[in-house]
Ligand binder design. Structure first.
Ligand SMILES: Cc1cc2nc3c(=O)[nH]c(=O)nc-3n(C[C@H](O)[C@H](O)[C@H](O)COP(=O)(O)OP(=O)(O)OC[C@H]3O[C@@H](n4cnc5c(N)ncnc54)[C@H](O)[C@@H]3O)c2cc1C
Length: 414
């Protein structure tokens, strides 16, 4: 972080960070830059690989990656334009827009390399935090106890840190979900490779969205022939239907989503059958070559504040937008950077956390509200005249190409 000098009077300060993914690692990198000691605690007992799939990049994400020291080496695949298809696979519109599409794995690898292994602790599930004016005492499920000046909650949409300090804040189901997958480039037909693989593609049947783009292959392989094709299919399901879909292959009910290998065969077969009914040949090719399609129900929430005494929330744990802008990791980076900047600029930690909250809580709200606007395309829960107006706008010719995952959308709110 430029100008990252802390006051010589300050004693060494320390943060405990919960969550070893995007926002946790960004926080660790930016806090270390201002001279803090940091330790990251991740619940998973094994390194985080193979989660998520494609990630749209934004200028804000690139800036955060560079500023925190992770860099952007071999970040992803660049597309030259967006195209929209009709039922027959004809191109009905296009927009020139260069964009780099990366993958969750690539970002995790770049960020993970910024932290010394001695300060990254797998297999530590946060349990609770106690705090007083001197700092925090953090209790982990395995019995470990840590002390620090602040606790950073970077543990995602279902944050246990938030659950401890603000249990009333719960994510809301948006009324729709996505089927996702990433077929291998090598498995796609020559027609699919020629007509859609190089592009960011939209296919928009009524109350559905199918969005596809190329990403790196296994182990960040960017060589032609070795990449993958990110496939996202938004579909409507009311809360009861979603609950039924969250019963796994063994009959076990899951609260939020079913782990990919346990998704019921009958749901996958139904998805294939629906795809055959509505999709152009090139899209159907993607569906039929996905190795393990999985379901992500869409949730969102905002919080009236993102700091709770000496606890600061970052990334999805602070506010979670629907994924229509592809901005979650950029937000994680920007939250972490703002937190470190506030702690650098204010000697008093409590004042710094107030400044962080004042800067980032409203931006979190704006991002979530913008994602709800874009979600009106799906035509569910349209409550206001503004919702219906936005729904109609997004359903007009070519509009989705101008709104979904476009760079610099926050400029409109400045
Ligand atoms: C379908 C979809 C598409 C998306 N597309 C994009 C995109 O194109 N671009 C983009 O920027 N973003 C995108 N996102 C959002 C992005 O994935 C998230 O915003 C990002 O992963 C948030 O990072 P995070 O570190 O805050 O949370 P997470 O990545 O959820 O990480 C939280 C971590 O905390 C750990 N944890 C949880 N509980 C505990 C505990 N009790 N103790 C210790 N550790 C714990 C978890 O194991 C996890 O590793 C998309 C999301 C979805 C669902």
């Amino acid at each position: 972080m430029p100008g990252s000098t802390s006051s010589p009077k300050r004693s060494k300060r320390r943060a405990v960070i919960i969550g070893g993914s995007m926002s946790g690692l960004f926080s660790a990198a930016f806090l270390r830059q201002i001279g803090w000691d940091v330790d990251v605690y991740e619940k998973s007992g094994v390194e985080l690989v193979g989660r998520g799939a494609g990630i749209t990049t934004h200028p804000e994400l690139i800036e955060s990656l560079i500023a925190c020291g992770a860099g952007i080496e071999n970040l992803g695949v660049e597309v030259p334009k967006r195209i929209e298809l009709d039922r027959n696979g004809n191109v009905t519109g296009e927009r020139p827009l260069r964009q780099i599409l990366t993958s969750w794995d690539r970002l995790q690898r770049l960020l993970r390399e910024t932290i010394d292994g001695a300060h990254y602790h797998l297999g530590h599930g946060f349990e609770r935090v106690d705090q007083d004016e001197r700092g925090v005492r953090v209790q982990f499920a395995n019995g470990k106890v840590e002390h620090a000046d602040i606790l950073v909650g970077g543990d995602g949409i279902r944050s246990s840190v938030r659950g401890d300090v603000a249990p009333e804040l719960q994510p809301n189901y948006a009324g729709y979900y996505i089927w996702r997958g990433a077929p291998n480039e090598a498995d796609l037909s020559p027609k699919t490779l020629k007509e859609i693989f190089p592009y960011f593609v939209f296919y928009l049947p009524p109350q559905q969205e199918i969005i596809t783009y190329p990403i790196a292959g296994f182990d960040n392989d960017l060589r032609p022939g070795h990449r993958r094709y990110n496939f996202i299919w938004y579909r409507v399901a009311d809360a009861q239907t979603m609950k039924d879909m969250n019963v796994d292959e063994r009959g076990v009910q899951h609260e939020f989503s079913v782990p990919p290998p346990l998704i019921r065969r009958d749901l996958i077969e139904q998805m294939y059958s629906d795809a055959r009914d509505i999709m152009p040949e090139v899209m159907l090719d993607c569906v039929m070559t996905m190795k393990q399609p999985f379901i992500t129900p869409i949730y969102d929430f905002t919080a009236p504040k993102i700091t709770f005494g000496r606890v600061a929330m970052v990334g999805d744990a602070a506010a979670n937008a629907r994924p229509h802008m592809g901005f979650g990791v950029a937000k994680a980076g920007n939250d972490a950077q703002a937190l470190a900047r506030a702690l650098r600029d204010h000697d008093d930690i409590d004042t710094a956390l107030k400044a962080y909250n004042a800067e980032r809580q409203p931006i979190g709200n704006t991002i979530v509200n913008h994602s709800r606007k874009l979600g009106t395309h799906m035509g569910v829960n349209l409550k206001t005249e503004e919702d219906r107006r936005m729904h109609d706008l997004l359903n007009s010719d070519g509009a989705m190409m101008d709104w979904i995952a476009v760079p610099n959308f926050l400029d409109a709110y400045k």
